[in-house]
Design a binder for this molecule. Structure first.
Ligand SMILES: Cc1cc2nc3c(=O)[nH]c(=O)nc-3n(C[C@H](O)[C@H](O)[C@H](O)COP(=O)(O)OP(=O)(O)OC[C@H]3O[C@@H](n4cnc5c(N)ncnc54)[C@H](O)[C@@H]3O)c2cc1C
Length: 409
């Protein structure tokens, strides 16, 4: 609920100090405590830590391990399976604080949203087998294999095939951009079990599997890293007659597209929360620098040419944050929040990108120097315009499903 009790203006005091409390709505004690605990934990992982990983294209193993040990990556797992059983807004708060602290949650965020498919559509045996191990941090569910090189955004055209053979499925094909595959024990995989031309609908005949990558790597699965403009541990994965037990099929064969889709709203909301965290980080950096950098004998922040882009980005961030809260509230109330989740992701990604631009411009030449972390975060936040879903596809969703315009693809 929106609360009228609290003022959210920056509250500049006479000394020009800011109250950097950017929360859009009044939050309960539990969420505030979670935010505080995450922010504290992140202090142990400052800019130097991320810069070194960035240079070496290395995975933030210590950071992810620490988050797991503190139970932050299993907050969405119900208590009966060893998790904290918290709502989506708790996961959103965790990811937002990680980004706001200058850290990078993309190393581990997938565990939060891939979990939903197993939770919602997995059977009791699967949940009892996997969830407690994931909650303990003994197993990592960080890999999500949907995108393929030839089909791209057109998921229904994927070519990876899973063919039933007795008690197993034999998997052949290729995935691309499977992030964190080298740092995950399990992969949630989407594959065709019925060829598209034989399916009643193009989205039928797709199935979801929980692949134990520790086994698969011994028998037919090959992972190749892809170097990208930011440190993202992404890969391409090849399946050459990989056998997966039929017991690892999630839900019913052929209904996988719906299962993946049902997890998308959570994914959109969590990524949007990350973007808001990024936007806050950029705004805090830009504002602080604009006050302390003296050129022509006065702070650069005294110039409206510097102030206005930051102020505009701040307003965009606040508006996007409200949409993220609205989407999360609807999600938690069990309402259909497809439109809000998509709009939240788009607006938040736009806000983080606008804040990134304003921050880089405010820093001038120093924005390009690695030591200030602005250029690293700038590269990292650019991704959200494309992945996990590109802006065009969100606009197409709004046009078709909200405004009822003719389908474009
Ligand atoms: C670093 C990184 C990490 C990723 N991690 C994962 C992961 O872990 N798991 C996973 O499965 N995928 C992952 N992805 C894939 C990501 O979701 C896709 O890159 C994204 O969905 C876009 O697909 P594409 O790259 O094939 O682009 P394409 O589908 O080739 O599209 C190219 C461009 O054309 C536009 N376009 C395409 N069709 C239309 C249309 N009908 N109307 C208007 N515009 C259109 C797109 O918006 C895009 O801008 C990752 C990608 C990256 C870059």
């Amino acid at each position: 609920m929106l609360s009228p009790k609290r003022s959210y203006y920056l509250g500049c005091d006479g000394a020009g100090k800011q109250d950097m409390t950017f929360e859009a709505i009044e939050e309960g004690m539990e969420l505030r405590e979670i935010r505080g605990a995450v922010a504290k934990l992140c202090q142990a992982f400052p800019g130097e830590y991320w810069r070194k990983l960035d240079r070496e294209a290395a995975y933030p193993t210590d950071f992810v391990k620490t988050l797991s040990e503190h139970g932050f990556l299993s907050v969405l797992i119900p208590e009966e399976y060893g998790g904290a059983g918290l709502p989506l807004s708790a996961a959103a708060a965790i990811l937002q604080e990680i980004q706001r602290a200058g850290c990078n949650g993309s190393a581990c965020h997938a565990q939060m949203y891939t979990m939903g498919t197993l939770l919602l559509h997995g059977n009791l045996t699967q949940k009892r087998t996997w969830l407690p191990e994931i909650a303990k941090g003994a197993l990592r569910l960080q890999a999500f294999g949907v995108t393929e090189p030839t089909s791209g955004t057109d998921t229904s055209s994927i070519k990876t095939i899973a063919k039933r053979d007795g008690d197993t499925y034999i998997i052949n094909g290729q995935k691309i951009w499977t992030s964190r595959a080298e740092h995950s024990d399990l992969m949630l995989l989407l594959a065709r079990t019925t060829p598209k031309e034989q399916a009643a609908k193009r989205t039928d005949g797709l199935s979801v599997f929980l692949v134990d990558m520790r086994e698969a790597k011994k028998a037919g699965m090959t992972i190749r890293p892809i170097r990208t403009m930011m440190n993202h541990s992404t890969t391409e994965v090849f399946f050459d007659n990989v056998r997966v037990p039929a017991a690892n099929l999630i839900g019913e064969e052929g209904r996988g597209f719906r299962y993946i889709l049902s997890g998308m709203n959570a994914e959109r909301i969590l990524i949007a929360a990350e973007c808001i965290g990024d936007a806050k980080w950029f705004l805090e950096k830009a504002t602080a620098y604009a006050k302390e950098r003296i050129v022509f004998g006065r702070p650069i922040g005294q110039n409206q040419g510097i102030q206005f882009p930051i102020a505009k980005a701040y307003a965009a961030m606040r508006a996007a944050e409200l949409m993220v809260h609205d989407a999360a509230r609807r999600y938690e109330a069990g309402e259909n929040c497809g439109a809000e989740a998509n709009m939240a992701k788009m607006l938040a990604a736009d806000a983080s990108w606008e804040a990134a631009n304003a921050c880089l411009q405010t820093y001038g030449g120093f924005g390009f120097a690695q030591d200030f972390d602005v250029e690293r975060k700038f590269r990292e936040t650019r991704l959200y315009q494309v992945a996990p879903i590109s802006t065009n596809l969100i606009l197409a969703f709004i046009a078709e499903h909200v405004l009822c315009l003719p389908r474009s693809y």
